[in-house]
Design a protein around this ligand. Structure first.
Ligand code: G6P
Length: 452
């Protein structure tokens, strides 16, 4: 039994099944992992889904990390819930991603998928109900598990239940696209919590707009997750990062760098970022051969056709730009498609300009990480649609994510900024970025849940 429980779709560890039948454990990073390390694993339990065959095999063999429980949800139910509802419906609603003339289509198939989503949430609720001490605190994470608070409240009225949304929340008009009964069930699920956390005021207000007067006794709070500066700097100065940095420096030469690091994710707006870079080279030809765009865009959610198509468009556009402007000595855009944290950290250190231009994003930790790590200080070009905008806007060059020309001009201004101004801004950005490190972020929520 546990007194602090966390529930999330993706857990802190995943298993890869080797050809020889051995299981290799891979530990993930991220804010939640470092946040939960603030409480002892003896009193805490992290409930997550078995994501793939490796994880399911680990469950079958009874292999588990201390304090972690993986749920071997039926693969079809899991695929329906994760791909069909969480990533195709809820993600699209919260990020305003639909191509409206064609989508969404809420038909009989959608209702079938929704039944799986409800069942998948219920497996979490049932496990949490079975594992929680009397009066325990349960912190449920993200849009995958929006029904868990309501379901868990029915099973265990004694628990203190929080839910934290790491994405934006849909505007009321957007959420109204959902069939009424489904929208009501979604809000019922969320409002089963004592406390609902969001990264920014804007997303909390969007939720309040959707919930209307229906939220008896549920507090809505804002906890903007930041980065642990010391930790991140230590990670960025490991010898393997030094080696990658030396290689990157050789490739880049004495040119400036514009750095971005994202999952290849529709909401990250990578295509308009590339279009802005192309416009920069067209409108300000003085930057030709003097700047390299280092773009990490590593694969994500490739089960979904729309993500595969997006990944292909990113590669094609980068190639077009290289064909148009590149020379034997200069490759303008270098796209890296590997999820390679070592390379990302090396790129962070080298960044003169950071480009973070999502159309809509819960927080965006990259915007916070690059100023902490960049060696000479970086100028941050930041979208008004990122959650991080609220905290970083004063020292960033802010852009409308749809305005490619404005973004191109901001890149020009960022590249032209005097080094001392860049360093000063970067210092202030780093201070704002580290204001609420993960452990504090987690403990604040726990305290507020227990005392509220
Ligand atoms: C966002 C979500 C997280 C999710 C992550 C990666 O940040 O808020 O809940 O884990 O994307 O997406 P994935 O589908 O690979 O877990």
């Amino acid at each position: 039994m546990a007194s602090v429980l966390v529930a999330s779709n993706r857990g802190p560890v995943s298993y890869v099944l080797g050809e020889d039948g051995a299981l290799d454990a891979r530990r993930g990073g991220g804010g939640l992992v470092s946040g939960l390390s603030a409480v002892s694993s003896q009193d805490s339990l992290w409930v997550c889904a078995a994501l793939g065959e490796g994880d399911r095999e680990a469950v079958r063999r009874g292999i588990a990390e201390p304090g972690v429980r993986m749920l071997p949800i039926d693969p079809q139910v899991y695929a329906d819930a994760y791909n069909g509802i969480a990533n195709s419906a809820l993600w699209f609603l919260h990020h305003h991603l639909y191509d409206i003339p064609r989508e969404p289509v809420f038909d009989a198939e959608f209702r079938r998928l929704w039944t799986s989503y409800r069942a998948y949430n219920h497996e979490f609720a049932a496990t949490l109900a079975a594992e929680a001490d009397q009066g325990a605190a349960v912190l449920v994470q993200d849009y995958h598990l929006a029904l868990v608070p309501g379901q868990l409240r029915e099973l265990r009225p004694d628990l203190r239940i929080a839910h934290f949304t790491h994405t934006p929340w849909a505007s009321p008009e957007y959420l109204r696209m959902l069939p009424d009964d489904i929208r009501e069930e979604l809000l019922w699920g969320m409002l089963g919590a004592d406390e609902l956390g969001f990264h920014t005021r804007a997303w909390a207000d969007a939720f309040l707009g959707c919930a209307g007067d229906g939220r008896d006794g549920t507090r809505v709070t804002v906890h903007p997750l930041g980065v642990d500066g010391e930790d991140l700097r230590a990670l960025a100065h490991r010898p393997e990062v030094d080696r990658r940095l030396a290689l990157l420096r050789e490739e880049v030469g004495d040119r400036r760098t514009i750095v971005r690091v994202d999952r290849t994710e529709l909401s990250k707006n990578i295509l308009r970022g590339l279009l802005a870079f192309r416009e920069l080279l067209t409108v300000h030809p003085e930057w030709r051969d003097r700047v390299v765009h280092l773009a990490s865009a590593y694969p994500s959610r490739q089960d979904l056709e729309v993500y595969r198509a997006y990944t292909a468009s990113v590669a094609a556009l980068a190639e077009e730009i290289n064909a148009e402007f590149g020379t034997a000595a200069w490759t303008p855009v270098q796209v890296s498609v590997k999820d390679d944290f070592t390379r990302s950290l090396a790129a962070y250190r080298l960044a003169d300009v950071a480009l973070v231009n999502p159309v809509r994003d819960g927080m965006n930790l990259v915007a916070k990480e690059i100023p902490v790590v960049s060696e000479a200080g970086c100028a941050l070009v930041l979208s008004t649609g990122a959650g991080a905008y609220e905290e970083l806007k004063d020292d960033a060059l802010t852009v409308n994510p749809f305005d490619v020309s404005e973004t191109a001009e901001a890149l020009h201004t960022a590249l032209s900024m005097p080094p001392s101004e860049r360093a000063d801004r970067s210092k202030r950005l780093a201070a704002a970025a580290t204001a609420l490190p993960p452990q504090r972020w987690f403990l604040d929520q726990l305290e507020s849940l227990r005392n509220g």
